[in-house]
Design a protein around this ligand. Structure first.
Ligand code: NDP
Ligand code: HSE
Length: 448
């Protein structure tokens, strides 16, 4: 038996993830010691209510409501409480007392990441957060370490399992969102208040974290353009399927050249980045189209490595615990090896573009009058708006009396790449034009 150096580990939180982390730390103690080169001593587990029911049985003597005392003297502090203010305070206390921190708290990192990474830098400690994006999927370490010598061009991620479950079932069953959301809540995928998931807030937090790492730039949460999935109806889904697409809530983080305003440019560079979350059409042949259910996937395009795909469970207590424990082993190895921690690299400091500066393809669905000159009129408005048409599909919806040429038509227009602000202005003009009854939907097309 090797007499490993002991490291004191404090766990804050014993909920869905924390209870599984505690269980694995206790049950796999010997293996974890061999892998990290240190005996990981779980010194205590901070909770709100010692008597609350737990997913796994934990030694009662480890539970405490006094997180502050537990943190002091710890070598590694694992924060799995969630929330912002208390978690932030505990993490700063931990770092200032010389501990390394492991956290899965995307909400905290997306809002106070810069402060936390600065605090770690000041004392030479490290913050590990593999669990904060896409649960069990290794994506933080690949971006931070494996791809550190490459240049990431674009990331497209399905990083929210709840919305992927909803959109996937809408696609497969032709159902409306409301019915599936109720199922998702019953199955424990969606919260009673599903706002964070279906309005894209959770995905936006993850996008900010991914973009910061990929582009060596501190990306504030409010720079992330966010749209949720509530505008997606059965009709939109059916039309996407008919056109050979599937709709996914995507987090897109992209390096862009030549579009930053002169005042925004970083010295010597005309590069910028765009970070956005919205439901988008992707071709059924794209690897992301085959991500089903609550699974997550992150598709990375890098200059030298080419295309890489990371896929798996984006949430779940024990699955996420795997990512947390990988970080704990890394933190333990660093403690044993000594030296300063891995700081965040934000040196590129690229400007983040407004959504209006994004260039992508679009699919615009219009309901128009079915009479002579309408197509020409629509094409004219698109042309004046600098939006080039790639495809048009028209479906005639006859008038109730069946007389030809007096009903309406559904126009599905696929565009070439266009500037979002041009597209936006054009859609406003279309919506206000006499020949257009209704703009049924406007969706971006990604991944082509
Ligand atoms: P839970 O709500 O299940 O658990 C939270 C735990 O923290 C509970 O044990 C709770 O105590 C404890 N806690 C909360 N506030 C305090 C406080 N002020 N002082 C002491 N203890 C406190 O959360 P999860 O396990 O689901 O999530 C934890 C973190 O992991 C979050 O940041 C989340 O975003 C992240 N994450 C979660 C995933 C998942 O699948 N669940 C996936 C990826 C990341 P008590 O039990 O007594 O109420
Ligand atoms: N609510 C998230 C999801 C899980 O649905 O993916 C934790 O990030």
């Amino acid at each position: 038996m090797i007499d490993y150096r002991r490291l004191r580990v404090a766990l804050l939180g014993a909920g869905a993830v924390g209870s599984q982390v505690a269980d694995l730390l206790i049950r796999h103690a010997d293996e974890l010691a061999d892998r990290s080169g240190a005996a990981l001593e779980l010194a205590g587990i901070a909770v709100r209510d010692i008597d609350a029911p737990r997913d796994v049985d934990l030694p009662r003597e480890l539970l405490t409501t006094d997180a502050d005392t537990l943190i002091v003297g710890s070598d590694i502090v694992i924060e799995l409480m969630g929330g912002i203010d208390t978690a932030r305070a505990h993490i700063l206390t931990a770092l200032n007392s010389g501990a390394d921190v492991v956290t899965g708290n995307k909400a905290l990192l997306a809002t106070h990441g810069a402060e936390i990474f600065d605090a770690a830098d000041q004392v030479g400690a490290s913050v590990y957060y593999e669990a904060a994006v896409a649960g069990a999927i290794p994506i933080i370490r690949p971006l931070r370490d494996s791809l550190a010598g490459d240049r990431v061009q674009r990331i497209m991620g399905i990083v929210n399992g709840t919305t992927n479950y909803i959109l996937d079932r809408m696609d497969e069953e032709g159902a409306e969102m409301g019915d599936i959301l109720v199922d998702a809540q019953r199955l424990g995928y969606a919260e009673a208040d599903p706002t964070a998931d279906i309005e894209g807030y959770d995905a936006a937090q993850k996008a900010a974290i991914l973009a910061s790492l990929a582009f060596h730039t501190s990306v504030p949460l409010d720079a992330v353009h966010r749209e949720g999935i509530t505008s997606i109806t059965k009709t939109t889904m059916d039309a996407a399927r008919h056109a050979g697409y599937v709709i996914k809530l995507l987090a897109v983080c992209e390096r862009v050249t030549g579009r930053a305003s002169a005042s925004d440019r970083t010295a010597g560079s005309d590069e910028a980045i765009s970070v956005r979350v919205y439901p988008a059409l992707i071709r059924r042949s794209h690897p992301l189209a085959n991500v089903h259910g609550v699974n997550n996937a992150v598709f990375v395009e890098a200059e030298a490595a080419g295309n890489l795909m990371f896929y798996g469970a984006g949430a779940g207590g024990v699955q996420t615990a795997s990512a947390v424990l990988g970080d704990v082993v890394s933190a333990a190895r660093r403690h044993i090896a000594g030296g300063v921690g891995v700081g965040e690299s934000t040196r590129a400091n690229l400007p983040v573009l407004d959504i209006g500066q994004v260039v992508t393809r679009y699919q615009v669905t219009l309901e128009v009058d079915d009479r002579p000159g309408v197509l020409a009129r629509v094409a004219g408005i698109l042309s004046e708006g600098r939006v080039s048409i790639a495809t048009v599909e028209q479906t005639i919806q006859p008038s109730p009396d069946g007389e030809a040429g007096t009903g309406s038509a559904r126009l599905v227009i696929g565009t070439h790449k266009a500037l979002e602000q041009d597209l936006d202005e054009t859609v406003k003009r279309l919506a206000g034009d006499d020949v257009v009854i209704r703009v049924a939907s406007v969706l971006r097309v990604e991944g082509d």
